[in-house]
Design a protein around this ligand. Structure first.
Ligand code: GH3
Ligand code: MG
Ligand code: MG
Ligand code: MG
Length: 321
């Protein structure tokens, strides 16, 4: 046996209520009709029973049919059908705006057709409930997608170990800065950085400690950079690179020395280094005003060359190309 559809009819007009009750005769296997004659009576009933649908007269002795809707919303909150004796378009609009499921003008024909009206409205309600669930699910999935895309974009642009920009991000940014500097005829600088005796560090402390060490170096480098356009990236292995837009040679050497000092003052023990008790870095700087005749790669090569000069001349220092 399927569950009966519980219909709460709220109607103060005895004649109308009788017409409806008669209309449900013969459908007792499917419907259970409950009748309240006032808002208060209906509310008492609702305090311990939830009907499948409420059919309410608009004008009641102690209120209005719309008073069943606690929050006025255009989306129906539960199946409430409003009926009225006056075929007023304004009332029709008001009921729908308040969140009633349906509205109709009372007539003998309509009252006698109540079982069909109930069936139709419950079908409609079913669609609304389903659509709401689908909408909520879509919204949830969409939020998940946005979140996943954010993570993906982060993974594509940032180094997982040190959390600074990765090489790809560096390349993209460097190309953009190169073009921008060329357009504006402004200097652009690079600082190539390489950790001193890092192979020995790994051999002495283990590869995992080596990773931890790189994780400590990255934020030290980052801390030195204050301009919004400045960027530090992991170039690869134990090499980092810094982009300094709109920075001339003099400014670049100042930053290079700050970077060197910052890492040194981080005092990360390095017992296997032959030049210090702590981790140190060597740096190579290159500065140019990009032009159509120059290639962006040449600035990277120049910074690299300066870095090797710094290595050859004793490490823990910067050299200018
Ligand atoms: P130099 O002072 O001349 O730069 O000496 P170095 O030992 O640092 O130079 P080299 O290029 O010979 O060795 C770099 C070493 O850095 C090789 C590798 O063992 C280590 N290394 C590179 N990338 C990583 C990394 O991601 N994690 C760890 N733990 N070690 C790395
Ligand atoms: Mg009435
Ligand atoms: Mg190296
Ligand atoms: Mg090295």
């Amino acid at each position: 046996m399927t569950k009966k559809t519980v219909v709460l009819l709220v109607e103060d007009n005895e004649g109308h209520a009788k017409l409806v009750a008669n209309a449900f005769k013969g459908f007792e296997d499917r419907f259970l009709l409950e009748i309240a004659t006032t808002l208060n009576e209906a509310r008492k009933y609702l305090s311990n029973t939830t009907p499948d649908i409420i059919i309410s007269d608009m004008v009641l002795p102690d209120g209005r049919g719309l008073d069943f809707l606690l929050q006025k919303r255009e989306v129906p909150q539960f199946p409430l059908v409003i009926m009225t004796s006056f075929g007023d378009e304004k009332v029709a609009v008001e009921t729908m705006k308040a969140g009633a499921l349906d509205y109709f003008v009372k007539s003998d024909v309509a009252l006698k057709a109540m079982p069909r009206i109930v069936d139709r409205n419950l079908r409609e309600w079913g669609h609304i409930v389903k659509q709401t669930r689908i909408d909520e699910e879509l919204k949830r999935l969409n939020e998940q997608l946005v979140e996943a895309n954010k993570k993906l974009e982060h993974l594509a642009n940032f180094d997982v170990l040190t959390e600074v920009a990765n090489r790809r991000n560096f390349m993209d940014t460097f190309e953009k800065e190169w073009k921008r500097s060329r357009r504006n005829k402004l200097p652009l600088s690079l600082v190539m950085i390489d950790v001193d005796f890092f192979k020995a560090y790994n051999d002495n402390y283990g590869h995992q400690a080596g990773d931890e060490c790189l994780k400590k170096i990255a934020p030290l480098l980052k801390e030195v950079l204050t301009r919004p356009g400045d960027m530090v990236a992991r170039y690869g292995g134990e090499e980092f690179v810094v982009i300094l837009p709109e920075t001339n040679l003099e400014g670049t050497t100042l930053i290079a020395e700050k970077l060197r000092k910052k890492v040194e003052s981080g005092q990360i023990p390095h017992a296997a280094s032959t030049i210090s008790d702590y981790i140190t870095i060597s740096l190579g700087t290159a500065t140019t005003i990009p032009s159509i005749r120059k290639k962006s790669d040449s600035l990277i090569a120049a910074a690299d060359e300066a870095l090797y000069k710094a290595k050859r001349s004793g490490r823990n220092r910067y050299e200018v190309s």
